[in-house]
Design a protein. Structure first.
Length: 223
């Protein structure tokens, strides 16, 4: 990995998406601190458990099936998924169909992908879960992709609901949600997370022992 190190990814992965978003806000990434809004974990379980994935974004842009002006791919996007990446897919905002299903998870897992993040709908829930493949999406559907939408481009910027995801951005996803981290701030994120995790641990201990919120925050957070 040229733009970042495996060790840096391991360091970032120690922190939750909540802690990372807090760090990004403190580093000036406004308005939403890298949060990829309204996306939840659907597999291996729905919003439950310790599943956590991290890796560089492999981006896929879907367009309406009727769009004859958008580029046409020469290869199937799933056949180009890089090992250790996280597939990030944008879907036209008002379609009701899925753009990711069980067959795509089978392919992605075989190619060594860490998981998929879909700004849209997915289907075949039990198939993803039986594979234990991490799938994050806005919602689910029973409708197929190819009747309503089609892949257009890969490795292009994706305008998601609350953030633009660029190819190679670091994606972290867990039970709390999904966050997008620009590569050039990864080390700064680790430093901020380490500092504020320590502060929050002290706050938690004090609050559990009966201290007041105001006095605790004043003492440890300076607010």
């Amino acid at each position: 990995m040229s733009a970042f190190s495996v060790d840096t990814l391991k360091e970032i992965n120690k922190f939750s998406t909540c802690e990372i978003a807090d760090a990004l806000l403190k580093l000036g990434h406004k308005p939403w601190g890298g949060y990829v809004a309204d996306i939840e974990m659907w597999s291996p379980k729905y919003c439950e458990g310790n599943t956590s994935i991290i890796g560089p974004a492999y981006t896929v842009k879907m367009v309406y099936i009727s769009d004859d002006t958008a580029p046409l791919p020469t290869e199937h996007f799933a056949d180009q998924i890089p090992e250790n990446s996280i597939v990030v897919i944008s879907s036209p905002p008002d379609v009701k169909n899925a753009v990711w299903g069980g067959l795509m998870s089978a392919c992605a897992k075989a190619r060594g992908a860490k998981g998929v993040v879909v700004d849209g709908r997915i289907r075949d829930l039990n198939e993803h879960r039986s594979m234990g493949f991490p799938v994050f999406a806005k919602s689910h559907s029973i409708l197929p992709q190819n009747a309503f939408a089609r892949p257009s481009e890969t490795q292009v910027p994706l305008d998601m609901a609350s953030v633009t995801v660029y190819p190679g951005d670091i994606i972290k996803a867990d039970v709390d949600g999904v966050v997008c981290i620009p590569v050039d701030v990864c080390k700064d994120v680790v430093l901020k997370c380490t500092l504020y995790q320590s502060i929050d641990e002290k706050c938690m201990k004090a609050l559990q022992q009966g201290a007041g919120v105001k006095e605790t925050f004043t003492l440890y957070r300076g607010t």
